[in-house]
Design a protein around this ligand. Structure first.
Ligand SMILES: [Zn+2]
Length: 437
């Protein structure tokens, strides 16, 4: 097996010499649901908070779906290792979470979730001393001829910020870990519109696109505008949180990681929403770090590719836990081993997609695809060609490597018994949030 493949599979030797962290430390992970990397430009308050941050310019979410990426952020494992490859699945108890590992080291741990997929029933509350998963917003959606509605699907940023401020005040220990989740950019687009104004839901966009409605492109452009408004409103709602973190940092060294679980498509690559494909606008996410752990204590820009598992590894390392993960401590010197940036599995045709260091790989039954530099490869079990140039076949080594990876993913996943909640209420709630597979 090539070293690169071994590193991808998390088979590299783990260094397990954890040293206890005893000096006061506050670690904060902020995940913004559905925030595209370029949406950060719409967030002047966040950029002001990040003025001295380290910006990771090539950061990718583990997947384009809420639960699988959070499972990677929470365990430091790739999706084929933690088994959560779609919403509705339960994070296996056998996998220690970042919150559990930090709590074992004496951290007080608090999680504040903003939407239904992160409810405790899916296993994400494990390790948190206090976990908030009650939501305010009702949801009404027309979906495939039915009206879906219910309460408690998600909360908007003012509510999450208020809870976060309470929890920051309440925390007493010298060692603190917080996870704050914000959901505003997720559809419906236009959450902050006046009552009675038309929000746009992803179902409406998909229906217009599928029906080849001539107004579809206008609708998509309007949805994008509303998305940006939601992002700007979120940005303003974060101001009190950033102010509190800045103020408290004078008394407790504070490490803030800011990222997203996935982005969002508005017609790019023929896609809408998220979760169906691993295209750049769905997996490229903002990632910055504010705090004293940066080498030299200075901010700046980093160009090396990194992903959700690396965020987990870095959080743990700051907390004094250098035990095994599949990620790398972003502040330790390394040769930047390749990181698998994402994978999703659909159950239609047993198709896998993998985002790998800026290239996209996919397999579907006996067909393989590989997109490097935006070029698709296709073929069968024996030969892989550039799709737009059938005379150019992939090198035998690369073909073998791709097959080896996918075989391994498949057997890893088959070896995990990931529980899935399939009750009516869960199915309806996920459908109401736009998750249909
Ligand atoms: Zn999400």
């Amino acid at each position: 097996m090539r070293p690169a493949v071994a590193a991808l599979l998390g088979l590299a030797a783990a260094c397990g010499n954890a040293s206890p962290t005893r000096s006061p430390t506050r670690i904060v992970l902020i995940t913004i649901d559905t925030l595209r990397a370029d949406a950060l430009e719409q967030m002047p308050e966040t950029l002001a908070f990040a003025e001295h941050a380290i910006h990771f310019e090539e950061a990718f979410a583990a997947t384009a779906t809420t639960q699988p990426t959070h499972a990677s952020l929470f365990t430091g494992r790739h999706p084929w290792q933690h088994g959560v490859t779609r919403n509705g699945q339960v994070l296996a108890r056998s996998l220690p979470t970042v919150a559990e590992r930090l709590r074992e080291r004496g951290f007080e741990t608090v999680g504040i979730a903003a939407s239904f997929p992160m409810e405790r029933r899916f296993g994400f509350a494990r390790g948190f001393d206090r976990y908030h998963d009650t939501f305010r917003e009702r949801y009404v959606r027309e979906w495939e001829g039915e009206t879906l509605e219910g309460g408690g699907f998600y909360s908007l940023a003012d509510d999450i910020t208020a809870r976060a401020l309470d929890e920051l005040k309440r925390a007493e220990g010298d060692l603190q870990f917080f996870w704050f989740h914000f959901f505003d950019p997720h559809d419906p687009y236009g959450d902050r519109l006046e009552k009675g104004s038309a929000r746009i839901g992803i179902g409406e966009l998909l229906a217009a696109a599928a029906g080849q409605d001539p107004r579809a492109s206008d609708l998509v452009a309007r949805a994008k505008g509303l998305y940006e408004r939601d992002v700007q409103a979120l940005d303003r709602s974060l101001v009190p949180l950033f102010a509190a973190l800045d103020r408290d940092a004078e008394r407790i060294p504070t490490h803030v990681f800011f990222t997203a679980d996935h982005g969002e498509s508005f017609g790019e690559s023929g896609c809408l929403g998220h979760g169906k494909r691993l295209v750049r606008e769905q997996v490229e996410v903002p990632l910055f770090y504010v705090g004293p752990a940066a080498p030299g204590g200075r901010g700046g820009s980093r160009q090396d590719s990194c992903g959700s598992v690396d965020v987990a590894a870095t959080l743990l390392a700051i907390g004094g836990d250098r035990g095994p993960t599949s990620g790398r401590d972003l502040f330790a010197s390394s040769d930047n081993p390749p990181v698998a940036l994402g994978m999703r599995r659909t159950f239609v045709g047993n198709k896998f997609e993998l985002m790998l260091d800026g290239s996209r790989l996919a397999i579907e039954g006996e067909r393989f695809f590989f997109a490097g530099d935006g070029r698709l490869l296709s073929g069968n079990a024996d030969h892989l060609f550039l799709e737009d140039d059938p005379t150019r076949e992939l090198s035998g080594g690369t073909q073998l490597e791709i097959r080896e990876l996918f075989r391994t993913f498949q057997s890893c996943l088959e070896g995990l018994e990931t529980e899935e909640l399939t009750g009516h209420e869960v199915r309806e709630a996920l459908r109401a949030l736009g998750y249909t597979d």
